[in-house]
Design a protein around this ligand. Sequence first.
Ligand SMILES: CCCCCCCCCCCCCCC(=O)SCCNC(=O)CCNC(=O)[C@H](O)C(C)(C)COP(=O)(O)OP(=O)(O)OC[C@H]1O[C@@H](n2cnc3c(N)ncnc32)[C@H](O)[C@@H]1OP(=O)(O)O
Ligand SMILES: CCCCCCCC/C=C\CCCCCCCC(=O)OC[C@@H](O)COP(=O)(O)O
Length: 274
Amino acid sequence: MEQYQWILLLLTIFMTGIFFFYHQSPTFSFYCKMFLFNGWIILMATILSPCITLFYGRRVENMKFMHLSILPLKNIYGIKFMVQGSENLNIKKPYVIVSNHQSCLDLLGMLEVMPERCVTIAKKELLYMGPVGWACWLCGLIFIDRKNKKSAMDVMNRVAQIMRQENLRVWMYPEGTRNPEDTLLPFKRGAFHLALKAQVPIVPIVTSSLKCCYSYKEKKLKPGNCTIRILPKIETQGLGLEEVTALAESTRKLMQETFYEISEDLHGEKEMKP
Ligand SMILES: CCCCCCCCCCCCCCC(=O)SCCNC(=O)CCNC(=O)[C@H](O)C(C)(C)COP(=O)(O)OP(=O)(O)OC[C@H]1O[C@@H](n2cnc3c(N)ncnc32)[C@H](O)[C@@H]1OP(=O)(O)O
Ligand SMILES: CCCCCCCC/C=C\CCCCCCCC(=O)OC[C@@H](O)COP(=O)(O)O
């Protein structure tokens, strides 16, 4: 046999093995899907980043490239988002969006509803993910070092200064990390300091439980329907920094109630856990 025939034969055996295990083992198929999910993001970032660097440089408008390149994942995985309350984002001025953070699928939900001129606050580790970090930087993401609180707060305080000048919306995950549970984590204060310092409203956005389509624990990634509810803005004008804790707690309570309300598998959940 010629060398290329050997290669073809080995490739066929390899692909047949993948196909076989994919259908036999849910865990294997989960890892394949996650590999494709991450692989797609890395591929898009690798293709787009050099072009964006060349033609546009770093600017918040580049988010639309992230949007266009990532949204096909929604169709590939059959995840449908039903958006409620889009009219609540018809605000011309800057504001802070706070959203719950369950898993990597939140990226799809975020891009589904993200308004124009919106930047996300992200952990600095993302910046070191090669082309993905480069793409995030080009889209204007703002990175914070969660292990260095002083530097994270300094960055947030600088954002408070520029968001009004540059008419920016800022998207934050106040839980500070992914949380697959049904009870939201206690909220970090950064988003609320930001809104109060910049004297801009807060818009809470709640994504229903993603357990219907994704669970890392159960090694599950399958098609499903999710609801994203955009709540009316919470005004902060005239409120002082002494209100940060109360504001964070009332916003969390509102988002937790909304989460129970829109998550089909949690209907009937009445008890609010602390
Ligand atoms: C082309 C294709 C490319 C595709 C690429 C794909 C890209 C994916 C993009 C998606 C990115 C999504 C990433 C999401 C994340 O990374 S989430 C993780 C990072 N985000 C956060 O952590 C935000 C939430 N955290 C906070 O807001 C924190 O408050 C923080 C600012 C980080 C500070 O941390 P910490 O100290 O732990 O917070 P506390 O809230 O507990 O605060 C402690 C006390 O400090 C006071 N405080 C807080 N902030 C301030 C401030 N700015 N100024 C003054 N004081 C502040 C706070 O009130 C607390 O005081 P008390 O204890 O109440 O007295
Ligand atoms: C040259 C180095 C090459 C490194 C290649 C890195 C590979 C990166 C693989 C895939 C990138 C996918 C990025 C998806 C980002 C989804 C956003 C997200 O969910 O971030 C998590 C963050 O909110 C909270 O983090 P933690 O829950 O605290 O943890």
